[in-house]
Design a protein around this ligand. Structure first.
Ligand code: GTP
Ligand code: MG
Length: 693
């Protein structure tokens, strides 16, 4: 950046992510903003499937967003990029990456429902990421809502930093600004609270970050808000202030004012907390300060992948530094060979708008780039290959499904379709099972919930154009050990000419839950020469991957290889791989092995009268209820812990207990040993695969 401050073209950019619960009105709000800015003639409708953002046929059919979607417009000399995200918790893999691309997270609250789980989750995630937050209460036109009560709830749950920037007036037909308004405004009064009080609260909160302003405020009794841009920016950046705005995407009340807030008060790409780039390939990468300067090297981050059957793989990027130009060359992470940016465009829902260049803060896309992957950093200088963006914390997908094609021989084709879909969603995972004999030759897909997998299947059927067969969910069990033990194996084979020889002694020890795996080479005197150690480790790891007693990956243990033997002629890598694997298997069998199961945090929202049935049912499923709190009037939220294995097809049970009114979400909490009878069943069902080398 030059001494004269950021490039004016960069300071005229705003990027916002619309996040929050399903049906809060994020998609309609984006249409309302686009219409107000003149980018579309009029706002569309969710019911008619005519919004810019919900462009996918499945989204139109369901009336919910399923993927993140981008749109942009220019208004009052400011270019605004917006990312609309789905609110259903199963699609949080689409919503969270928006926080990597936007400088402001707009958490949209449904005035009818109060604070819902996803509002709180996304507000917290944005805070942890250092993204500026703005709370928008939408649907203020709805009858029978308690807006003063909701504002109180917001401040209670989200914190006292939440202060209204504007307030509904004229029976929610419009909103009045409280920040720029004079301390004793002459205009219309607000429907509740007082504009003067709200103004005072805002100014006091803002000046608090800068003692010079505190002094002025105390002396003069007020400070002109137009002079407060710097402390306001700081207060927003530090989360000392989280402004609250009111609007109705349906009637248009508060839309112009929201746009004005985005333009005048929300951070431009040179403000806010810097993106958490890190540099280094070792264990301790150092922060890398990316500069939003178009003249610097290019750094752009891929926060979204779209696998288009016609256009190939499309990478959607946020430019953080430098200028991405059409026709230019960019490296993808560590790749030696650059890609050419043949086609550069911005997205307007499904539409591609060609552009020649993108500046820091711009969100744009490149198409037909197979080498691009989610989370990749694109750069134009080879020495920047070790720069990456600090990873987001995604929930672990634990809902599994085994899936295979109805037509034999189509396995590869189905795998490719699945792989393409998994590329688009960091909360989906696929696994080819069968190498270890555990599941037979099957593809397993894991997602965040039943809805996630059901919609994945819809897409698979659409793209694969054939029937698929699915089986009941698989549980991602793990194996571990509960005592130290020794293992030894001598692999010796003499067939014809050269033989194979390798011998390994090892010791295994349990580690605490969640610690993973440690491999220690404690061989003294070269009894196993250094060059064969990777082979021993490979053998050990192959036993870990395939499991020993029940066919599930082994975790939370340390393996110490401390002795062995080699033969100057007959020692080969393969011999040590086999010896390592066999010694490991022997040791595990002696180490009081356990099967672990995933325990999930479950959160159930249901009508009051059904809560007794739900908590009773949870307790009978080895679950535990940790608390109950109020949700929307008439319903409660039950929080607890339960083994995932007890919750398969839970929605069906919940429907029965709540007449279809109940909803639930799961989040992996930790792993615990299964009860002994379950362990016996799982071990019994496992056909030992240790003859497969
Ligand atoms: N009365 C009223 N209805 C609204 C308003 N905003 C949105 N809606 C309606 O609320 C429903 C949900 O709106 P969406 O825009 O799809 O909500 P969303 O937050 O995008 O939901 P997901 O895509 O599922 O995350 C639709 O029927 C909208 O027409 C509003 O301000 N007032
Ligand atoms: Mg939506």
């Amino acid at each position: 950046m030059s001494d004269t401050g950021p490039d004016p073209r960069v300071s005229a950019i705003r990027t916002v992510a619309l996040v929050g619960p399903a049906a809060a009105g994020k998609t309609l709000l984006l249409d309302a903003l686009l219409a107000h800015a003149g980018a579309i003639a009029q706002a569309g409708s969710i019911e008619r499937g005519s919004t810019v953002s919900d462009h996918d046929p499945l989204e139109k059919r369901l009336g919910h967003s399923l993927q993140s979607s981008l749109a942009h417009f220019t208004h009052g000399g400011i270019r605004v990029h917006a990312i609309d995200t789905p609110g259903a918790p199963d699609f949080v893999g689409q919503a969270l990456p928006a926080l990597e691309a936007a400088d402001t997270a707009i958490v949209v609250i449904n005035a009818q429902n109060g604070i819902e789980l996803m509002a709180q989750r996304m507000l917290t995630a944005a805070g942890e990421r250092g993204v500026t937050r703005l709370v928008v209460v939408n649907k203020i036109d709805c009858p029978d809502i308690d807006l003063p009560g909701l504002l109180g709830q917001i401040r209670e749950v989200f914190g006292k930093e939440c202060l209204p920037l504007n307030l509904p007036a004229g029976g929610a037909k419009c909103v009045v600004d409280c920040f720029f308004a004079a301390s004793s405004p002459l205009g219309p009064e607000a429907d509740f609270s007082s504009i003067a009080d709200a103004h005072r609260a805002l100014v006091e909160q803002v000046v608090e970050v800068d003692s010079a302003f505190v002094d002025r405020y105390l002396t003069d009794g007020d400070v002109d808000p137009r002079e407060l841009h710097a402390p306001l920016e700081q207060a927003l950046r530090e989360g000392h202030l989280i402004p609250v705005c009111f609007c109705s995407a349906r009637t248009g009340a508060g839309i112009a004012e929201l746009l004005a807030v985005i333009e005048a008060l929300m951070p431009n790409p040179a403000e806010g907390n810097p993106p958490p780039f890190l540099e280094g390939k070792g264990t301790e990468p150092a922060p890398y300060p990316a500069a939003p300067d178009p003249a610097a090297h290019v750094l752009a981050h891929v926060f979204k992948i779209v696998a288009d059957p016609y256009l190939g793989k499309m990478g959607v990027l946020r430019v953080h530094q430098g200028r991405v130009a059409k026709g230019g060359l960019l490296f993808v992470g560590h790749a030696r060979k650059p890609i050419r940016v043949g086609h550069l465009f911005m997205l307007q829902g499904a539409r591609h708008v060609d552009i020649d260049e993108a500046l820091p803060g711009d969100l744009c896309a490149v198409a037909k780039v197979d080498d691009i992957a989610f989370d990749a950093v694109l750069h134009d200088a080879q020495e920047d290959e070790h720069i990456f963006l600090q990873a987001l914390d995604f929930p672990t997908p634990v809902h599994g499904l085994a899936i295979s094609p109805a037509r034999r021989g189509d396995e590869q084709k189905l795998w490719e379709v699945l792989a393409r879909l998994v590329d688009e969603d960091p909360c989906l995972r696929i696994e080819q099972a069968g190498h270890d004999g555990t599941y037979g030759h099957q593809t397993l897909v894991y997602g965040l919930g039943e809805l996630h997998l059901r919609l994945l299947l819809e897409r698979v059927r659409e793209l694969y154009k054939g029937e698929v067969v699915t089986e009941p969910p698989r549980i991602a069990y793990r194996e571990t050990i509960s005592a130290p033990a020794e293992g030894h194996y001598r692999h010796k084979k003499q067939s014809g000419g050269a033989g194979q020889f390798g011998e390994v002694y090892l010791r295994i020890e349990p580690l605490e839950r969640g610690a993973g795996f440690e491999f220690v080479d404690a061989v003294k005197g070269g009894t196993i020469p250094g060059q064969f150690m990777p082979a021993v480790e490979k053998g050990v790891r192959s036993a870990l991957a395939s499991g020993v007693i029940a066919g599930y990956p082994l975790v939370d243990l340390r393996v110490v290889v401390y002795d062995g033997k080699h033969h100057s002629v007959d020692s080969k890598e393969i011999a040590f791989v086999t010896a390592g694997r066999r010694a490991m298997m022997e040791a595990v069998r002696e180490a009081r092995p356990l099967v672990l199961e995933p325990i999930v945090q479950v959160e159930i929202t249901a009508p009051d009268p059904s809560i007794g049935d739900i908590t009773g049912d949870l307790a009978s499923r080895r679950g535990q209820v940790n608390g109950t709190r109020a949700a929307v009037p008439g319903s409660l939220i039950v929080q607890g812990l339960a083994p995932l294995a007890e919750l398969t097809s839970y929605q069906t049970r919940l429907n029965a207990m709540t007449a279809g009114q109940g909803r639930y979400t799961l989040l992996l909490s930790h792993y615990e040993a299964v009860p002994p009878n379950t362990q016996a069943t799982l071990v019994g069902a496992y056909k030992a695969g240790d003859e497969v080398e």
